[in-house]
Structures are given as C-alpha cells and as structure tokens.
Ligand binder design. Structure first.
Ligand SMILES: CC(C)(COP(=O)(O)OP(=O)(O)OC[C@H]1O[C@@H](n2cnc3c(N)ncnc32)[C@H](O)[C@@H]1OP(=O)(O)O)[C@@H](O)C(=O)NCCC(=O)NCCS
Length: 221
C-alpha cells in the first residue's frame, strides 16, 4: 500500500469512491433532500468536476493524496481505494506545479439550495471560529470494501507529519463517520454545531463537530 499525490487520471476513481462513500451518508441525504433519485449520477459528476477544477487550478491551495493498494490481477495498475483532500494554510507551499486538467461542463445542482446555504453559513462560522489558522482536512473517504484496515488513519498520519514539520495545526469539520476516526487519532473536539432546516414540514437537523490536532499542544503535553 502506498500514499502519493493524485494525478489527473486518478480523479475518476476518486469520484467513484466519493459516490460509494458519501452517497449513503446523512450529510449528503440532508443536502439532497427531495432530489435523492438522481443522487448517484449527480454526486459522481459533482465531485469529479470539483476535483478537476481544484487539481487544475493555476493557484493551487488544495493537496490531493490517494492511497493505493496492489491490484488483484498481476501486472495491472495499483488500485486507488481512498483519498484525502487538504487545504493548505496560505504560508504553506503547495509543493507542486500547476497540472493541466480537463473540466466537465456544469449541469446544475441537485442539492437543496436552502440547505446548501445553511450548511455553507454554519461551516463558515465554524471555520472562522476554530480552524482559521490551520491546515484543513477538507475531505476524507475510503471505499466501503476496504474499510477498518487503517487506510484513513494512514492518510491522516501522513499529513500530520507535515504539520509537525511546518509547525501548523490541523483542523477538520467532521460529519458522519469522521468523529470516531479523529478521536482515535488524538484530535480534540472544539465545538459541536447544528444545522437546522426549520421550514414547516421540512424540519431536519444535521450535526457536525470542529476538531483540531495541534502538534505544539502535543509536544507540551
Ligand atoms: C471515515 C472513514 C474515512 C474511515 O476509513 P477507514 O479506513 O475505515 O478508517 P481506519 O481503518 O483508519 O479507522 C481507524 C479507527 O477509526 C475509528 N473508526 C473508523 N471508522 C469508524 C466507524 N465507522 N465507526 C466507529 N469507529 C470508526 C476506529 O477507532 C478505527 O480503529 P479500529 O478499526 O481499530 O476500531 C470511512 O469510514 C469513510 O470513508 N466514511 C465515509 C466518509 C466520511 O464520513 N468521511 C469523514 C468525513 S469528516
């Protein structure tokens, strides 16, 4: 198994993992709300397009790391089974040159606009309150067939080493399966947030937590 930077040809595998990993999650169900029937196709194209735009950006702020394992068939390429997307702090070097990536056309969104806006506002509030000066873990996913083998932990620990080197704390807004993982890695919970859709007949809430891992704090402890 190994971890390396994603290349343009990895993005489709990442989008396929995103569908399988995020598709069944409460946070995606909350956002899709009344549009769940179109979910798999929409999610795959939505994430693929976002990955293409971020990886191909001429001013890269995000770092895409993939975890690969040997393919089941000899002599075939290694298989991507998980990935992490990091947003670097402005003073951290992205340590890469721009990459040329073709970007899919946009086909509109299946996300509920009201819930998307509520989510963005709450996440912006949590970010400014707790992880404004951090290297941020923006996305983390492992294919459901390859879980509980330490892959996500490896993807995190790999960057925790960089955080120590760069002397920056790591922050993450954790939903779904994330909190147990971050706690197992020694992250500290800063605050719990609730996103509440209060429209009559559509009431629903989604919880998330701001987590931090500060190498400076760990050294002093
Ligand atoms: C969260 C996720 C990335 C974990 O991937 P993974 O490779 O299975 O994680 P690891 O094997 O490294 O897990 C390490 C530890 O984290 C904790 N953990 C991980 N997933 C867990 C889960 N679903 N429930 C409870 N604890 C969990 C356990 O303590 C685990 O150690 P153990 O297996 O010895 O008990 C994966 O479940 C996933 O892709 N989920 C959907 C996407 C998601 O929720 N991402 C996080 C958003 S913030």
């Amino acid at each position: 198994m190994s971890i390396r930077r994603a290349q343009p040809w990895d993005l489709e595998a990442m989008a396929r993992i995103a569908v399988r990993a995020y598709g069944p999650l409460p946070s995606i169900s909350f956002l899709l709300h009344t549009n769940k029937d179109h979910a798999p196709d929409f999610i795959e194209r939505f994430f693929l397009r976002n990955y293409q735009m971020d990886l191909g950006s001429t001013a890269p702020t995000k770092l895409f790391m993939v975890l690969t394992i040997d393919a089941p068939v000899h002599d075939t390429p290694k298989q991507v089974v998980g990935f992490a997307v990091w947003r670097l702090r402005p003073d951290q070097s992205p340590r890469r040159h721009p990459i040329e990536v073709e970007v899919l056309g946009s086909e509109g969104s299946c996300f509920d606009p009201h819930r998307s806006q509520l989510t963005q506002l709450k996440m912006a509030e949590a970010t400014s309150r707790h992880i404004n000066n951090h290297m941020e873990l923006v996305e983390l996913a492992v294919d459901p067939d390859h879980r509980r083998r330490g892959h996500a932990s490896l993807l995190c620990k790999h960057r925790m080493d960089i955080a120590v080197e760069d002397k920056v704390p790591i922050g993450v807004l954790a939903t779904d399966d994330g909190p147990d993982l971050y706690q197992s890695l020694g992250f500290d919970v800063k605050e719990k947030f609730i996103i509440a859709d209060q429209r009559p007949g559509m009431e629903e809430e989604l919880e998330f937590w701001a987590f931090e891992w500060d190498p400076a704090g760990k050294e002093q402890a």
